[in-house]
Design a protein around this ligand. Structure first.
Ligand code: FAD
Length: 557
């Protein structure tokens, strides 16, 4: 069975995956004159992008300029290269930095996609040269009414991590340690118009743009193999509800997400334990497998977008896990390992935090910080709550958290040395009193202060606070990831390269399936979707035959 319509004089571009990278590629390819088909393995559209906060990190974007934030391509390049650890190829970083502002402007001028700057949200390593402690590089989409999608509204996957699709990133714990959702009247207004925020708004807008171009993603279709002729990709084989199908095309763009849900690939490639991926479960490395079969060279395979997570009851979050972003930064909390010792800056950005899970004790031949726990006191629960529990004086913690009236009893329940735990807490409290974490520099960067208690934003009290009021609580923190970020290496047009560094005809990759152009770096809020969309944009236009840096030509529209 063949799913493609008959040939005509336009290039046929097939896109695999309907997350942010895939849908952006579809828009770019369609506007550059191609006939486009999008195939999605899941029964619903949007991938992990639809589950996300929907932020994108685009240095030197035009909204920044309008806000009066000083930024430049040079500053951003200096910043990225200062974080590279020799993992970033400068020409790919430059392609990202050139393509990003162009893509934002293009989408805003030619589609319903709109962005707005997120005020004050700092870069994740803002103290590095070229970093912006006052933010400006992160954008998200304003609320989008899904009524505009008509019957397609129900075909977008909803996020298990947000209590409501009507919340923007600012309103939810994905974007703030202490979110303040809008009042009930505003929530009712949003619900009545089905106005959705965060990743829903991003995917909704991108999908609307695709539909406007006659591109209707076909779901329930899993790509399994590329059709290769003389080393050139000529199409793809799919599993469909009607059986196997072949689709011939001039180019195939892999936008199939990472390999985090393949145990075998995780074991083969990742640099250390990663037991709790939190992305969509259809991201099983299909694109990686297809690229390897086509002879692609691979890059960045050890890396993921690391994220500490906790296990929670499925009634709270249907995936059974939740992210630990802001909760680690709040005062009156520390993290300890099985020795009962603090081991890192708990408030560090989640991606950098991943390295703490991979630290080894060479004598014991063990991962030093696995297992580990977040510890907090009743004062923390009073102020901030935890999980589904809202902060209130004397509020109970969730029942699934380990609780004890004293630190010694808590240590005994966790099976860690009580005297060392007591000593760790005493040392922490002394450092809080001194206003300085001499051990791990918590609270010394703009990131830590932003993610802490907003009542003290900009002050060390946002994250430094004594642990002293029993009962005490602990929850085990696991090594998780938003997705992996290694895969086929590409050039600046997202064209996949072979083992000799030559482009494989007709094969492109964008998003978490590709060797990340940003190496192990997470530049700031929105640091994963941004390179995915930018390389999707570059892939789409190149696959459709457009050249130059001016953005997709509009011949098809
Ligand atoms: C709670 C949460 C919040 C986040 N917030 C942000 C944020 O605000 N900003 C940010 O930058 N990042 C964020 N992330 C991370 C971000 O969502 C992902 O890194 C990003 O969306 C990946 O985009 P993608 O297009 O590569 O993959 P995805 O969006 O996951 O899309 C891949 C798609 O490919 C499909 N697919 C897989 N295999 C096949 C196949 N064989 N054939 C056809 N289709 C296939 C999948 O089903 C999936 O729909 C967040 C993640 C989570 C979980």
């Amino acid at each position: 069975m063949t799913e493609a319509p008959g040939p005509d004089n336009r290039r046929d571009v097939v896109i695999l995956g309907s997350g942010g990278s895939g849908l952006t590629a579809a828009i770019a390819a369609a506007d550059a004159g191609a006939r486009v088909q999008v195939f999605e393995k899941h029964d619903l559209i949007g991938g992990t992008t639809a589950w996300s906060g929907g932020m994108i990190w685009i240095p030197n974007n035009h909204h920044e300029q309008a806000l009066g934030v000083e930024d430049s391509r040079e500053a951003a390049l200096e910043y990225l290269m200062s974080l590279s650890h020799d993992m970033i190829e400068p020409k790919l970083a430059e392609a990202f930095l050139d393509g990003g502002p162009m893509m934002v402007r293009y989408l805003e001028e030619n589609t319903p996609v709109r962005f707005r700057p997120i005020p004050d949200f700092p870069d994740y390593h803002a103290e590095h040269p070229g970093g912006l402690p006052g933010g400006g590089r992160s954008l998200d989409c304003p609320l989008f009414s899904f009524h505009e999608l008509g019957p397609w509204a129900d075909r977008v996957i909803r996020s298990p991590y947000s209590p409501s699709p009507h919340l923007s990133i600012y309103d939810s714990n994905i974007g703030q340690a202490r979110p303040q959702p809008p009042n009930m009247a505003e929530m009712e207004r949003r619900a009545a118009n089905d106005e959705r925020g965060s990743g829903q708004a991003l995917i909704g807008r991108l999908l609307r743009a695709c539909l406007d171009r006659g591109v209707e993603p076909k779901t329930g279709r899993r790509a399994t193999d590329l059709i290769l002729e003389d080393g050139v990709v000529k199409g793809v084989r799919l599993e469909t509800p009607d059986g196997p199908a072949e689709v011939r095309a001039d180019a195939v763009i892999l936008a199939t997400g990472g390999f985090e849900w393949s145990e075998a690939f995780r074991r083969a490639f990742l640099r250390g334990p990663m037991t709790h991926p939190i992305s969509i479960q259809t991201n099983t490395g299909d694109g990686l497998r297809m690229a390897m079969r086509a002879g692609a060279s691979l890059g960045n395979m050890r890396e993921a977008w690391w994220m500490p997570v906790i296990e929670v009851p499925r009634e709270e979050v249907s995936t059974g896990v939740n992210i630990m972003a802001g909760q680690r930064s709040l005062p009156r909390s520390i993290m300890v390992n099985r020795e009962g010792r603090r081991f890192t800056n708990e408030a560090a950005n989640y991606n950098a935090f991943g390295a703490a899970f991979h630290e080894q004790d060479v004598s014991a031949f063990e991962y030093r910080n696995l297992p580990c726990w977040l510890l907090f006191d009743q004062g923390y629960v009073d102020l901030y709550g935890f999980g589904a529990i809202r902060g209130a004086p004397g509020a109970p913690p969730p029942q699934w958290v380990t609780a004890a009236p004293t630190l010694a009893e808590l240590a005994s329940r966790l099976g860690i040395p009580a005297d060392q735990l007591q000593a760790s807490v005493e040392r922490w409290n002394a450092q809080v009193d001194a206003g300085h974490d001499a051990d791990f520099r918590r609270g010394q960067g703009a990131h830590d202060l932003w993610w802490g208690d907003p009542a003290y934003r900009g002050d060390v009290r946002a994250t430094l606070g004594r642990l002293e009021k029993g009962p005490f609580f602990a929850v085990e923190v696991k090594s998780g990831a938003l997705g992996t970020r290694g895969g086929p290496s590409t050039d600046e047009n997202a064209n996949v390269l072979d083992l000799d560094g030559q482009p494989i005809g007709g094969l492109y990759a964008a998003g978490n399936v590709m060797a990340s152009p940003l190496g192990m770096t997470y530049g700031g809020p929105g640091g994963t979707i941004a390179p995915g969309m930018v390389f999707g944009f570059l892939a789409g236009r190149h696959a459709a035959g457009a050249t130059g840096r001016e953005g997709p030509c509009s011949s098809a529209r």
